[in-house]
Design a protein around this ligand. Structure first.
Ligand code: HEM
Length: 568
């Protein structure tokens, strides 16, 4: 369609604008004329986004003008509706890719997995770090000097692989890839979970608690001990566990950076307390007793010129990476199982094959040992429920910055032009419930969705080594679902390097929990109700519950004296 035709067919009321422009010239009274001209200008301003739509290159993603508030309308919409905003837009327009105009920039929203695939692929023109660096800086409070170090050769534009981000990123990916260091971290983590849960409730006792709060505490303490070592900040200052999560709950307000010490005082003080302890952790070299990944990370940061204070703060990012998504993911996985008695019974039954009975040679007591490798390879319902839980709650918008104008191509689509300076968001929350991809029950929780007799290996091939001889196997993706459609761990050039660790710890924890305990709603004594998702909040990447269930937890009958262990 030519620009002229688009002008004529646009939603802009050209005739009335023209009339309003001409009428003032017939009016003699100066003040009324000025008033009418201003009025016309103002009215016209409301059509600027429609005008931008007309002036677009036809191969650009179509701009969706805000119906009544240009430049600000979509920003307000995102804040007001949180992660639900893209779903609301999608319900009206159902475009595979579109653009929203915001104050200083244009946001391109991708809701087609076929288009997400070429966008998330590594490219010199599409930068991940260019987009998140400012967020990272505000998240942990890095100073300008450190940011200069961080920005140097950020996207390996020199092609030398040098620079802090390249070196640290590759090292973390290597340490978290399957191998002896990952096994050591997972072994430590699972041993700590066993100790924590064995000590949680005496055989005849009952623990009344907030389920999310419990998962937060157990994971934060266990992750910190397994990865950051015996001198981690939460061991030395146990009160920091609550402060860490207090910051997490209020970090958006701190990152808005409008006098945060006044407007977001509690989370701002909480971050200060955590950062001070992390600074001490680096200054006193407590990291030397941590897992090799942390030792190397701190040393790389110091080597590139970060001060101990800033190297401490940099660890706050990784703490979020390690616990920020794993905690809510574990909570939802647990809640999905506990709220469905039939599924709970099936999972207990299926995972019994991973439990081995042994008498402890020292105490003579009976021990039950759960092998996590067996959970991963021989318990398809467990693995499928885990992945389905992630599908339902992972809402990350994978971001990229267009650093040079770039054209993408994908089967079934004409070439799409992405203009320099645009920000891209791949809307996982929308993609995860597309009926065209996942089938008519896309919005429902189906714990069997990831069970198949065949396997697809595209995206997470090394995450689970499925047993191909079993009748049913857990599959990475249901049949005909493209790999870029399951986005819980991101994808392409930025895929979560911690996904192997996360799978072991979460499958192990949930299996141990359901074998050891019976969980009831604290008020009613009945099966817990599955909470609603809090769609109004913008999450790190995983949705939070609108209300955190309060539960009473008891040892299962006949299991009171048994000591449980988890092994890799
Ligand atoms: C179920 C739990 C988890 C989920 C859903 C998850 C999800 C993600 C996602 C979506 C990203 C990509 C971010 C983006 O594209 O913006 C990411 C990055 C990352 N994750 Fe995870 N993650 C989980 C657990 C973990 C764990 C346990 C660790 C560490 C042990 C970890 C370490 C990291 C790191 C270091 C990055 C940054 C990668 C980079 O900058 O290239 N994650 N995670």
């Amino acid at each position: 369609m030519s620009t002229h035709t688009r002008f004529r067919h646009s939603n802009i009321p050209w005739l009335s604008h023209l009339a309003f422009l001409i009428i003032p010239s017939f009016i003699l009274q100066d003040s009324l004329r000025t008033y009418l001209l201003l009025y016309t200008l103002l009215i016209f301003l409301f059509d600027t986004e429609n005008l931008l739509l007309i002036l677009q290159d036809p191969s650009e993603p179509p701009l969706i003008p805000h119906p009544y508030l240009p430049f600000l309308g979509h920003v307000i919409g995102m804040f007001h509706h949180g992660s639900n905003y893209f779903s609301l837009i999608n319900e009206t327009y159902n475009y595979p890719i579109y653009a929203l105009q915001t104050l200083g920039a244009r946001t391109i929203v991708v809701v087609s997995p076929q288009l997400a695939a070429p966008i998330q692929r590594a490219s010199r023109n599409l930068s991940f770090y260019g987009m998140i660096l400012e967020v990272t800086k505000r998240l942990v409070g890095l100073d300008e000097e450190s940011m200069r170090v961080v920005r140097w050769n950020l996207d390996d534009e020199l092609g030398t692989g040098e620079g802090l981000m390249n070196e640290a990123g590759h090292m973390v990916a290597r340490e978290l890839a399957p191998g002896p260091n990952l096994t050591a971290m997972s072994t430590a983590q699972l041993e700590i979970f066993s100790e924590q849960l064995n000590a949680l409730i005496p055989s005849e006792g009952c623990l009344e608690t907030n389920l999310m709060g419990l998962v937060k505490r157990l994971f934060t303490e266990a992750n910190a001990l397994a990865i950051y070592g015996p001198r981690n900040i939460f061991r030395i200052y146990p009160e920091l566990v609550d402060r860490f999560w207090e910051y997490e709950a209020g970090m958006i307000a701190v990152m808005a950076d409008v006098l945060p010490w006044v407007t977001a005082r509690r989370p701002w003080l909480a971050r200060k307390a955590v950062n001070d302890a992390l600074q001490e952790y680096v200054e006193k070299e407590y990291y030397r007793a941590a897992a090799p990944m942390i030792q190397k990370r701190v040393q790389i940061n110091l080597k590139h010129g970060l001060t101990p204070k800033m190297a401490g703060r940099a660890e706050l990012i990784l703490l979020f990476g390690i616990t920020g998504n794993a905690v809510p993911s574990t909570f939802w996985f647990l809640a999905n199982v506990l709220a469905r008695p039939e599924l709970l019974a099936q999972i207990r039954e299926e995972t019994r094959q991973a439990v081995r009975l042994e008498a402890n040679t020292v105490t003579g007591k009976e021990e039950k040992i759960i092998n996590v490798e067996i959970l991963k390879t021989k318990c398809p319902l467990l693995v499928s429920t885990y992945r389905e839980s992630l599908r339902m709650i992972a809402n990350l918008a994978s971001v990229r910055l267009v650093t040079n104008t770039h054209t993408i191509t994908a089967p079934g689509y004409p070439p799409i032009l992405l203009k320099k300076g645009s920000m891209i968001q791949i809307a996982s929350g929308v993609i995860h419930v597309l009926e065209s991809i996942w089938g008519p029950d896309a919005k429902q929780f189906n714990p069997h969705r990831f069970i198949s007799t065949t396997t697809s290996s595209e995206q997470f091939s090394s995450e689970t080594q499925v047993n191909s001889t079993a009748e049913h196997t857990a599959t990475q993706l249901p049949k005909n679902v493209p790999s870029a459609a399951f986005r819980a761990f991101g994808g392409g050039s930025v895929i979560c390097p911690g996904r192997h660790f996360a799978q072991s710890e979460i499958l192990g924890f949930v299996t141990l929990f359901v074998h050891m305990f019976d969980v009831r709603d604290k008020e009613t004594g009945e099966v817990i109700a599955l909470p609603e998702r809090d769609n109004g909040r913008i999450p790190l990447s995983v949705m939070k519950p609108a209300k955190e269930p309060h539960v009473s937890i008891r040892r299962r009958k006949g299991e009171g004296d048994v000591v449980w262990q988890l092994e890799v």
